[in-house]
Write a protein that binds this ligand. Structure first.
Ligand code: HMG
Ligand code: MG
Length: 321
């Protein structure tokens, strides 16, 4: 960060934390939307036992993460890793009802409603090819699939988030015009979604692109507090992209504990922005987030033991070495 300091450094660096040096004109507080149990695990080739998923979610919540996306009610043959969604949500009981879950269609919504879920997320694509690969629908058909989901969810009093994937590039189509991303996002909001998460599914975006996309949404009349940013870290750009988002005033960031993640239907999608790396940045900038970094790192180290490989997060590696 090169912004001038607005106040002196807040004293010496505590062990395991960066020195806090606030930068000018950034949000005072950020919401971290944890997607590890869903986006982080959905691509894992070996089935993770449901009791490990339950413990992961409980540990993330007790580390202070305000939102933990739990699982997906998608077709079990499409994402076998999350085929235990019912069992997981049943085990979580009352806690589970407050956690968001992905639902692509009415069948998914029915499954979520049966378990009393109060927050659902639909997931659209900014490109034709990924809509077909991820949802078995054309770009236009995806809206017809989502329309009754959002209507019924809203009628039942549920909160609906909408994702837009491939906002910064698509492995099959290449560059994705900013206007196309805005048009898809606006259509999802017009269906009745209350929040929009802009996904860099394959991690190719850079900071100027983030600034331009956010400016285009503002130009189209989208309030900033409706938007979240969802970065995958394939090219190591995720934190730089968060900085661009912070400068524009975005206050919700998706991240995955330990940097796990990827999408089984997107070539070259690798891990999400690691929650620990995000927490380190926000702490250094003096931006409130409410997360206990030590508890989070311990959780990712514990999970890495179950997955049989170390976390790709730089912060997890630095603090657990
Ligand atoms: P389809 O084959 O077109 O489904 O798949 P269909 O509507 O033709 O139905 C076929 C059969 O599947 C029927 O059963 C349905 O009942 C059943 P039958 O009558 O033949 O016995 N079915 C279901 N069963 C259980 N749960 C359901 C469900 N839906 C239908 N929900 C479908 C369409 C959308 C279901 C499929 O394409 C799918 O499940 N896709 C999910 C893909 C996915 O989960 N991708 C990863 C998440 S997106 C992501 O990671 C990106 C994100 O992180 C943001 C970013 O990084 O950009 C969010
Ligand atoms: Mg993702």
């Amino acid at each position: 960060m090169t912004e001038p300091m607005t106040e002196p450094m807040t004293g010496s660096r505590a062990a395991g934390l960066p020195m806090t040096v606030p930068a000018a004109d950034l949000p005072a507080r950020v919401t971290i939307y944890e997607v590890g149990p869903r986006d982080g695990l959905q691509n894992e080739p070996e089935l993770v036992p449901v009791e490990v998923k339950e413990e992961l979610i409980r540990r993330l919540l007790s580390a202070g993460l305000p939102v933990v996306e739990a699982t997906s009610f998608v077709h079990p043959a499409w994402v076998p890793q999350l085929a235990d969604a019912e069992e997981l949500m049943t085990r979580l009981g009352e806690t589970g009802r407050g956690l968001p879950v992905l639902v692509p269609n009415e069948r998914g919504l029915d499954r979520a409603l049966e378990l009393g879920c109060e927050h659902v997320a639909i997931f659209g694509s900014a490109t034709e090819t990924f809509a077909r690969k991820n949802l078995n629908r054309s770009l236009d058909e995806q809206f017809a699939m989502f329309q009754p989901v959002v209507r019924r969810a809203r009628d039942a009093g549920l909160d609906v988030r909408a994702y837009v994937s491939m906002c910064f590039g698509d492995p099959w189509e290449g560059a994705v015009p900013v206007e196309q991303v805005v048009s898809v996002g606006r259509r999802l909001l017009d269906l009745g979604a209350s929040r929009l998460s802009l996904g860099d599914t394959i991690g190719v975006g850079t900071a100027g692109h983030v600034t331009a996309l956010l400016a285009a949404y503002a130009e189209a009349g989208t309030p900033l507090d409706v938007l979240a940013l969802h970065f995958h870290d394939t090219y190591g750009q995720a934190l730089a992209n968060v900085c661009a988002g912070l400068r524009a005033g975005v206050t919700t960031y998706d991240a995955s504990a330990g940097g796990l993640g990827g999408c089984p239907f997107a070539k070259s999608a690798t891990g999400n922005l690691a929650t620990e790396d995000l927490v380190w940045l926000l702490t250094g900038l003096g931006i409130e987030h409410g997360v206990d970094l030590d508890a989070l790192v311990q959780t990712s180290v514990w999970l890495a033991g179950h997955l049989g490989r170390p976390s790709p997060s730089a912060v997890v590696r630095a603090l657990s070495g």
